[in-house]
Structure formats: C-alpha cells, structure tokens
Design a protein around this ligand. Structure first.
Ligand SMILES: [Zn+2]
Ligand SMILES: [Zn+2]
Length: 158
C-alpha cells in the first residue's frame, strides 16, 4: 500500500458520501434523527416548526381547542406527557370514574374500547389521560395550576 493509493481510497469515500442522494437531499441532522426514531416520533419532528401554546390550557368540551395564548384562550389538543412520553388523549363530554387508578391507565391506554369502562358521560366536561395521569376538566384551566401533571404542548401545525 503506497501513500498514493490510500489517498485515492479516501477520495473514493468522499465521492461516495457526496454522491449519496439521500445525504444531499436531507439535512444531516434530520437524517440522523429519523434513523433512530419511531414513525410516531417522526411525525412530531415534522411539526417541529409549529407553534406551542403559552400558557397551556385544559378545558371542558365547550372550550374551543387550538393554540392557546393569553389573548386566545384555546385548549391545547396536542398535549404530550413528559413523564410517560405518551400523547394525552382527550374525550369530549366524558369524565373519569372515581375508581380510576394508575394501573387502569397503565394497562389500557390508549385503547378506547377498554378506557370506556371507566368513562362517564357528562355534558360539557372533557376527560384527559396519558399513561400515568388523568384529569376530568369542566372549565378552562391553566395547566400551570395543575402542578402534578407533567403535560406539555407538543406543538401545533401552522
Ligand atoms: Zn398546544
Ligand atoms: Zn404520563
């Protein structure tokens, strides 16, 4: 192996990298992320340029949903839990039964058919749940007042 041939090898490798069409089309960062993430998380990536609620509001079924701000008090419908990494599900006109516990959600999220067992119809309310926490909400509530909940706005598409 002379020094000349190893330089050529290096050139070949660089050529290969430059000619890799996926490399030139996709920014390096995005390519790196998409390789290690599940499809569900990829969809979050697509929303990366969306907007976040501030403050984040929860509310009953009559509260309009969308991006919440101080002047537009909409309830966030893109909530994500940072504790269990589940998307927060919400069900209009339902509350959770008193007997709900951690194990119930742990075992049944996010299967609606199973969750229904502990959902009670209540006009105007909204039942929220991730895999570790749950809330029944009747009126507009600032998420900051719910200290136990580790929910955040998962960003909205424009
Ligand atoms: Zn939001
Ligand atoms: Zn959770």
């Amino acid at each position: 192996m002379s020094a000349g041939s190893s330089e050529e090898d290096l050139d070949d490798i660089i050529d290969e990298i430059c000619n890799d069409s996926s490399f030139t089309k996709t920014p390096l960062k995005l390519k790196f992320n998409s390789a290690s993430l599940t499809p569900e998380r990829n969809s979050v990536l697509v929303q990366a340029h969306g907007k976040r609620c501030f403050p984040v509001y929860l509310g009953g079924s009559l509260s309009p949903s969308g991006i919440g701000t101080n002047i537009s008090k909409r309830t966030c419908d893109q909530l994500r839990c940072t504790a269990c990494d589940f998307r927060v599900s919400l069900f209009n006109d339902y509350v959770w039964d008193q007997s709900c516990d951690y194990l119930f959600f742990r075992n049944n999220m996010p299967e609606l058919s199973k969750l229904r067992a502990k959902m009670i119809k209540k006009k105007g309310a909204r039942a929220y749940a991730c895999q570790c926490s749950w809330r029944s909400v009747d009126e507009l509530t600032d998420l900051q007042t719910e200290q136990q909940l580790r929910w955040v706005c998962g960003k909205h598409r424009e």
